[in-house]
Each structure stands twice: as structure tokens, then as C-alpha cells.
Design a protein around this ligand. Structure first.
Ligand SMILES: Nc1nc2c(c(=O)[nH]1)N[C@H]1C(S)=C(S)[C@@H](COP(=O)(O)OP(=O)(O)OC[C@H]3O[C@@H](n4cnc5c(=O)[nH]c(N)nc54)[C@H](O)[C@@H]3O)O[C@H]1N2
Ligand SMILES: Nc1nc2c(c(=O)[nH]1)N[C@H]1C(S)=C(S)[C@@H](COP(=O)(O)OP(=O)(O)OC[C@H]3O[C@@H](n4cnc5c(=O)[nH]c(N)nc54)[C@H](O)[C@@H]3O)O[C@H]1N2
Ligand SMILES: [Mo]
Length: 825
């Protein structure tokens, strides 16, 4: 059977969102069987969105087919070729014109996108001399090289690791704590359940399917988000989604999605929907607790044996303390938009059968995001099912294949991020002059804006450092951070910004020195297959040579450290080249697994492209604690589930007190603050067909979702009608912070007062002036930049209101994807 490649790929693009969860259409084995009919050679590689085999013809990637072990490949594979071949590649080392010409009073306004092409030697010399100048002038508090992000997969080439090792060899620098994904969750949960929970293995899907009678998918869209993993995902989790769909159909399991919108998961499963006003989960949950308590539906024994501090919490619910308001369903209904009787019914339903609560993450990426997570644990405690299969609470069932059976095998290690023993930085000066050397990750713009300001963070005081130089690799802060116009202003305080990337992102546009890295498909590497499941080890064969003048991050930082003197480049690389490193990481993995998992020699592995570890085993979250809480205490201060935390109470914070509470948000739609002027809630959820901003540069993939070449804005039909907007129109989305152009997609999946623009849309403002309209549709042009609370100081991107109108006149062309304007000195 010959299969026409183009037809297959076209088919892949045209399948409806939910049909992607079907069986593999074509796997590499079939393709390889046909390979005699086709030109070229097949190579294996991987990515955050799955493994694949690629056919290489004449030094180019001719086609990409799903890996034979991946039974549920994603449509995102269609973006692989576009990631390599696109007009947005960083081709040469580039330096910003005004920065290059800098004299007294030079122009620190960034964003005009005018760059001068320089040689690699010139670029690395400039990078090095700036590092020297800033370290000598300001010391380590002046250098920020701590931001991290979704650098591409591969254990050896992990680019942030390379950047940070090289920076550490030069001197000390400012680092970050936490991340944008789960900042609030990972900070609050250790006080409540004893671990971050968000990055922990959860009860196996098989056991959930076998035991749960009800599953509440809360602020969670696993069918969309499990396409992506921190290490190459197996997508086996989609097999369980198929089973769940089946059980929902047969009535064996009831699934309810608590979400303001109809999610991809809800549509796929055909499950129930519980609408809720955005950002109001806590009032809804408090009222559920009120019903469970007043109707005596809660598990008193569980609370007594396993929990601490139920009384102060329930006194708050009953209106005896704090605001003295009883958290009745009538009280909650006015805020969360769910009828009082429906709230009571929901509480009774939860208590009636074995129920698994599964939270997604974006409900904690909003102001006071600590509270819904804490409340989730309190509700699960009142239901009494924590530690049993198919019940309790989880905060990660949508992520990185969590819940797939895990083999327990050791994965390959990586290139060292830190200095080797005995290594001393060139500038061995760790004096931060009283400033903090570590800052909460999402507060970096505030630091640049307001150095010396002291903020609270998780029981500590943080004195924001006076950052003068920002070095970025493997993340895209001009997509991921909120409120770009605030960023534009703050960046006047930066003297030098260096970015290493393969794509000419907005971060490159707002930098002074830009170095062209190559993509993960232009280098050899090794990765764990299945992050938490440790299903196998994957070879990442170099598919093609680095394009243009791009280099691997390894080569780039070898080149930089060579400038530090005394063979520092050899120390940096430990005198090994790329393939020696890959082989070493593999061999160390073989040693670590000896006696448990048989692995072939390196040569065989590299030729095959894959070694599997066999079947994994299942797991029940918190089972040991449930079995014996004295012998197996949680990692909380008391060892028990802390419904009230003395530790947090002791911090004396306003927006995170001793037990979960409702705090009104700075901005909220549906009658909340700011909604009179800007009535729409903007949700900037994670993209279905991208990894954040990655692959937005792929023209082929972009064509499948854009509207008149712009990022789609999903809007409600009534709202659209009231504004004279039709499906396919361009709209202007705005608030007092900024404005952007997007393309309207009118859909009943979105309730009145809600607009979705997926994060990661590339920022392309018309100019460098504050307030310039964004031509493509990056939601972070208008989002709010505040910490979640004094506890986590995490990203609050989902606390944001806007309005929109039909775009009037002729819209400016999209300028986000065409690279720099190349000028000469
Ligand atoms: N409004 C809003 N904002 C958000 C979110 C939201 O939900 N809403 N979500 C937040 C979350 S959870 C996250 S995780 C962040 C994601 O934010 P980021 O991790 O910053 O996003 P990415 O687009 O993945 O950026 C990775 C960058 O690294 C580059 N890169 C990849 N591999 C390599 C490599 O090998 N070498 C080099 N040199 N460069 C490489 C890519 O080209 C890309 O520019 O966004 C956050 N921002
Ligand atoms: N395809 C794809 N998958 C990804 C990523 C990607 O970029 N692309 N990124 C990965 C990363 S880094 C992360 S951090 C995770 C993100 O994982 P999450 O943060 O969980 O994902 P989101 O899709 O942003 O949001 C999930 C759901 O929450 C709902 N929601 C939003 N606000 C509220 C609210 O106030 N109340 C309630 N009840 N529901 C709400 C949204 O409508 C949405 O359906 O995804 C990972 N998976
Ligand atoms: Mo994330």
C-alpha cells in the first residue's frame, strides 16, 4: 500500500480538533516499509510535542511522520518543518543600530527593530566586553540570567543550562525562584499537602478509571494540554482519555467540567458542563463547603484523623470570623453566577459517590491564585477520599503524561548547569550589596522598574536588584511576561540585553545583541521518552545542518568562554564534543539502570533511535499517608493536611491568611471591579496548536488557525452582535494598558463577557512608542502585571479585563514574523 505523503499531512490538518485522539493514521514503520519507494534517509527525533521520524532528502527535511510508539500523535507535528524553514529564523549575529552607535545619552528606546549584521567574533567580543563592564561597574546584582522557559528538548543541548554555566564561569548573577506555570500552586501546596503537588506523580489513570464514579475536571483542559510534555511525551495518556469517553457514554463515570468555557476536553468526552463566572471558583467552593457542613455531608472522621485546623476555617465559612459574612450558596451565587440550588445540588452530588477532583493550572495563574488550590484540598478533605484510588484531589493530571504507568527507570542526565568542583568564576564577587540574589520569577520587570523596592515573598523580604543587563536563552519574555507597554518603559533602565534564539521573536526585537542558535533538529541529542513515566530513551538525530550562520548553544558558549582566558572553553565543555557528550549521557544511564533495565550499547541505540523500558506500574497519590499518617506524614509543618496554616498566618499577609478565603480581584468581569469600563474577561489560555510562542513562526501551521493573518480571538455571539462584529472580522482589543488587533472567531463555546486569545501569539507592535498597537494579537499586550499575593508573587495573567470593537479603517500589516530590518552603520 503506497500512501501519499501530502494527502496524509493534509488529512492531519483537516481533522477536527477532537478526531486527533483517534488511532495513529500512519506510523513510521509503515513509512519505512515504503522507504525503498522514496528517496532519502530516515532519522529519529523528538520534541515537547512528541517523537517522530523524518525523511531527509538532499540535506533537507522532506517529511515528518509520527513515531511508531506514539499511538496518539498530535497535529503539532505539522509545525516541525515550519520551525526549521521560515522567514523568522535568526540568520546572523545582529546588533541593534542605536546600541552599536551608543555615545553619551544614547537611545535606550528599544523596539524599532533596526539591526546591523556583524560577524560571530564581533558579536561574541561585544557580549563578553559588556559582561565585563557590567560585572565591574555594578557587580552581580546588575546581571539577570535567571529566567528560564520552554527551551527545546534534549538533555545535552538544554540551552538555558549552557547559558547559565557559561554565566556562572564569568561571575555571579541574579536568579529566579518559581515559574510562570504554577508559581502560586507550587508555593502554597507544600504548606497544605506537603509537596508542590503540581510536579508530582498522581494516581494512575487506570486506577482512576477503575474506581472513580465521578470526576470533576476543574479549570482543566487535558485533551488540549497533554499534547505537550516537559520531556518528549508518549501521548499514552490519550488511550485513557479514549476509555474515559467510553465510560462517560455508557454512564459508568460522570464527568463534570467546571469552566467558564466549553473546553476541548468537554467536547471530546461529551461530558457535563458546570459554568462558572471567571475567577470566582473560591466563592463557589466556599459555598460547597457551607452546604457539606450544614447538611452534615462531610467526612468528620477523615477531618479528625488527617487534618489540622478545620474549626477556624468553618467559623469563617459560617460568618463567625473575619468579614463576618456567612458563605451561603445565596452569597456565592451573586459572585460566581451559579444558582444557589445548583450549588447545593453540586455539593450533594460530590458527597454521594467516589469523586476525583482534578485541577488545571490556570486558575492559580490569577490574582490570589493560592486560594482556589488551598480550597481544592479542603473540599477533598471534607469529602474524605484523599489517598484512595479514584478520589481525592490532583493538580497535574493534564501535564506531561502524569498518571501513565511509570517504569521507575533512570533517564539520561544532562550537561552541568553549575560549576564543576574547584571551578572559580572569573569575577569571584558574590557581593549583591544587600540586594536579593534570587527574585520571584514574574517580578523581574518590577525589579528593573523599581530597584531597591522591598517586597514580601513566602515569609521573606526580597530587595529587588538594580538589573542593568538581561541575558535570555530558551525563553521568550516578550511573549511570556504581562503588560508589554510597562515592559517597554522599564527597558529604558536596561543597558544591554542579549538574546540567543533561533527565531526572531519580540525578545530579539527588544534586545541589543542577538545570537543565532540552531533548532533542536540541527544537532544530535538524547532525551527521556515520557517524563514521569520514564518509558524509554530517545535518540535525537541531527536532521539537517545548522541553517545560515546558526550554531548550537554549546558552540556559542564555548566561543564566549574562550574569551574568559586560560582555556576556559575546554573547562566549559569538559574537553568533549557533542557526540562524546551524548554517548557519555547514554552510558551513564546504562550504568544507573544496571540490574533493573537492560540497555544495548550506544551504537545499537543510536542506530535504532530508541530503547524502551517495558511496562510501568500504577500508583495512588497519598496512599501511604492515608494508611498511616504517623508513619508516613506529609511534608507540611505538622505532617497533616493543613486546612489552617499557622506558618502562613504568622506571615501576617493581607491576601494570603491562615486559611483559604475569598478576596475580590483587582479586575474582574461579570460585575466585578473594572467591568463597567471594560466588561470582558480576557483568558489567555495555552494554545492548542503551539507550544507557547514556539511554532507561531511556522507559516503552514499558522495558516490553519489565523483569521486574516491574525491570531484568533474567540468571542461570544451576543457580545459580537452588540459590537457589530462578525465571524472573520478584524477586531481591536483594548484596555488602559494597551491595544491589539486580532481576528474574530464567533462561537457558542464562549459565554457572554468572555474572550479568549491564546498566549504565545507573537508581539508585533507598529512601533517603539508606548501604546503602539500590536499587529498580530499577543494577549500580553493588555494583561495585568501584579504578583498573586505576598506569598507566591506569581504570574496573574488571567486577572484582566478588556473590551473590543470592530477594527475601523485599514489595518496595519502584520510585522511580527519578518525578522529585523537590516541596516548598515
Ligand atoms: N498571558 C499569559 N501569559 C503567559 C501564560 C498564560 O497562560 N497567559 N503562561 C505562562 C506560562 S505557564 C509559561 S510556561 C510561559 C512560557 O514562556 P516561554 O517558556 O518563554 O515560552 P516559549 O514560547 O516556549 O519560549 C521559548 C523560547 O526559547 C527559544 N528556544 C527554544 N529552544 C531553544 C534552544 O535550544 N536554544 C535557544 N537559544 N533558544 C531556544 C524558542 O524559539 C522561544 O523563543 O508563558 C507564561 N505567560
Ligand atoms: N498544546 C499545548 N499544551 C500545553 C502548553 C502549550 O503551550 N500548548 N503549555 C504547557 C504548559 S507550560 C502549561 S503551564 C500547561 C497549562 O495548563 P493550564 O494552565 O491548566 O491550561 P489552560 O489551557 O491555560 O487552562 C485550562 C482551563 O482553565 C479554564 N479556566 C481559566 N480560568 C478559569 C477560572 O477562573 N475558573 C475556572 N473554573 N476555569 C478557568 C480555561 O477556560 C481552560 O479551559 O499546559 C501545558 N500544555
Ligand atoms: Mo507553563
Amino acid at each position: 500500500m503506497t500512501i501519499n505523503r501530502r494527502t496524509f499531512l493534509k488529512g492531519m490538518l483537516s481533522v477536527s480538533a477532537t478526531a486527533v485522539i483517534g488511532p495513529t493514521l500512519l506510523v513510521a514503520t509503515d513509512a519505512q516499509a515504503n522507504s525503498e519507494l522514496l528517496e532519502g534517509t530516515w532519522r529519529t527525533s523528538g520534541s515537547h510535542w512528541g517523537a517522530f521520524r523524518a525523511r531527509i532528502v538532499g540535506g533537507e527535511v522532506a517529511e515528518v511522520v509520527a513515531f511508531n510508539h506514539d499511538k496518539h500523535p498530535t497535529e503539532m507535528l505539522e509545525g516541525v518543518k515550519g520551525l526549521i524553514y521560515n522567514p523568522s529564523r535568526v540568520r546572523y549575529p545582529m546588533v541593534r543600530l542605536d546600541w552599536l552607535k551608543r555615545t553619551e545619552g544614547w537611545n535606550t528606546t528599544r523596539g524599532d527593530n533596526r539591526f546591523v549584521r556583524v560577524t560571530w567574533d564581533q558579536a561574541l567580543d561585544l557580549f563578553y566586553s559588556e559582561l565585563e563592564r557590567v560585572q565591574k561597574t555594578y557587580g552581580p546584582a546588575g546581571v539577570l540570567a535567571g529566567q528560564t522557559g520552554w527551551r527545546q528538548t534534549g538533555q545535552f543541548h538544554s540551552c538555558t543550562t549552557h547559558m547559565q554555566r557559561a554565566m556562572a564561569m564569568h561571575g555571579f548573577f541574579v536568579k529566579k525562584i518559581g515559574d510562570y506555570s504554577t508559581g502560586a500552586g507550587q508555593t502554597i501546596m507544600p504548606y497544605v499537602l506537603g509537596s508542590t503537588e503540581v510536579y508530582a506523580q498522581q494516581t494512575s489513570w487506570q486506577l482512576v478509571l477503575d474506581n472513580a464514579k465521578q470526576i470533576v475536571i476543574w479549570a482543566n483542559d487535558p485533551v488540549k494540554n497533554a499534547q505537550v510534555g516537559w520531556q518528549c511525551p508518549t501521548h499514552d495518556v490519550y488511550g485513557y482519555f479514549d476509555q474515559l469517553k467510553d465510560k462517560v457514554e455508557k454512564g459508568d463515570i460522570k464527568v463534570i467540567s467546571v469552566d467558564p468555557v466549553v473546553s476541548k476536553t468537554q467536547k471530546f468526552l461529551g461530558c457535563e458542563h458546570q459554568y462558572i463566572n471567571p475567577q470566582t471558583d473560591v466563592p463557589f467552593m466556599l459555598a460547597l463547603a457551607h452546604t457539606l457542613y450544614t447538611e452534615d455531608l462531610y467526612d468528620k472522621e477523615f477531618i479528625k484523623v488527617y487534618c489540622l485546623g478545620f474549626e477556624p476555617f468553618i467559623d469563617y465559612v459560617m460568618g463567625k470570623t473575619k468579614d463576618k459574612v456567612e458563605k451561603t450558596p445565596e452569597w456565592a451565587a451573586k459572585i460566581c453566577g451559579v444558582e444557589p440550588d445548583r450549588i447545593r445540588e453540586f455539593a450533594r452530588m460530590l458527597a454521594s459517590e467516589r469523586t476525583q477532583l482534578m485541577f488545571g493550572w490556570c486558575v492559580q495563574r490569577q490574582q490570589h491564585g493560592e486560594q482556589p488550590y488551598w480550597m481544592g484540598a479542603v473540599l477533598a478533605s471534607m469529602l474524605g477520599g484523599i489517598g484512595l484510588p479514584g478520589s481525592g484531589v490532583s493538580y497535574a493530571h493534564h501535564y506531561s503524561g502524569i498518571g501513565e504507568p511509570a517504569t521507575g527507570a533512570a533517564g539520561p542526565g544532562g550537561f552541568p548547569r553549575n560549576l564543576d568542583p574547584g571551578m572559580v568564576p572569573k569575577h569571584n564577587n558574590s557581593d549583591f550589596k544587600g540586594y536579593s540574589s534570587t527574585i520571584p520569577v514574574a517580578r523581574w520587570i518590577e525589579a528593573i522598574e523599581n530597584p531597591g523596592k522591598v517586597i514580601n515573598h513566602n515569609g521573606n523580604k526580597v530587595k529587588l536588584p538594580p538589573i542593568k543587563m538581561v541575558i535570555v536563552s530558551g525563553n521568550n519574555p516578550w511573549h511570556h511576561h504581562q503588560d508589554h507597554n510597562r515592559m517597554k518603559k522599564a527597558y529604558h533602565n536596561i543597558e544591554t540585553a542579549v538574546t540567543i534564539d533561533f527565531a526572531w521573536t519580540a525578545t530579539c526585537r527588544f534586545s541589543d545583541i542577538v545570537l543565532p542558535a540552531c533548532t533542536q533538529f540541527e544537532r544530535n541529542d538524547i532525551d527521556l521518552y515520557g517524563a514521569y513515566s520514564a518509558t524509554g530513551v530517545l535518540a535525537m538525530h541531527k536532521l539537517v545542518d545548522p541553517l545560515y550562520q546558526s550554531r548550537t548553544d554549546f558552540e556559542i558558549f564555548k566561543g564566549l568562554t574562550a574569551r574568559f582566558g586560560l582555556n576556559k572553553d575546554k573547562e566549559y565543555a569538559q574537553e568533549m564534543n557533542e557526540m562524546q557528550w551524548v554517548e557519555k549521557l547514554y552510558n551513564e544511564c546504562v550504568t544507573a539502570n544496571k540490574g533493573n533495565f537492560e540497555m544495548p550499547d550506544f551504537e545499537t541505540f543510536w542506530k535504532e533511535g530508541y530503547v524502551g523500558f517495558g511496562k510501568g506500574s500504577t500508583f495512588v497519590r497519598h496512599a501511604l499517608f492515608r494508611e498511616d499518617p504517623e508513619l508516613n506524614p506529609l511534608g507540611t509543618p505538622s505532617g497533616f493536611i493543613e486546612i489552617t496554616s499557622r506558618k502562613i498566618g504568622g506571615f501576617g499577609y493581607e491576601y494570603c491568611q491562615e486559611h483559604p478565603m475569598w478576596f475580590e480581584k483587582a479586575e474582574r468581569s461579570h460585575g466585578g471591579p473594572g467591568s463597567e469600563k471594560f466588561p470582558m474577561w480576557l483568558q489567555s489560555c495555552h494554545p492548542d496548536k503551539r507550544l507557547h510562542s514556539q511554532m507561531c513562526e511556522s507559516p503552514a501551521l499558522r495558516e490553519t488557525y489565523t483569521v486574516q493573518g491574525r491570531e484568533p480571538a474567540y468571542i461570544n455571539p451576543e457580545d459580537a452582535k452588540a459590537r457589530g462584529v462578525k465571524d472573520g472580522d478584524l477586531i481591536r482589543v483594548f484596555n488602559d494598558r494597551g491595544q491589539l488587533i486580532a481576528g474574530a472567531v464567533v462561537s457558542d463555546d464562549y459565554p457572554p463577557g468572555v474572550i479568549r486569545i491564546q498566549e504565545g501569539a507573537w508581539y508585533g507592535p507598529t512601533g517603539s512608542e508606548i501604546g503602539a498597537i500590536d499587529t498580530y494579537g499577543d494577549p500580553n499586550t493588555v494583561t495585568l502585571d501584579v504578583g498573586t499575593s505576598e506569598l507566591a508573587q506569581a504570574c496573574s495573567a488571567y486577572t484582566c479585563v478588556v473590551d473590543y470593537e470592530k477594527f475601523k479603517g485599514e489595518a496595519p500589516a502584520v510585522n511580527a514574523f519578518s525578522g529585523p530590518e537590516i541596516v548598515t552603520l
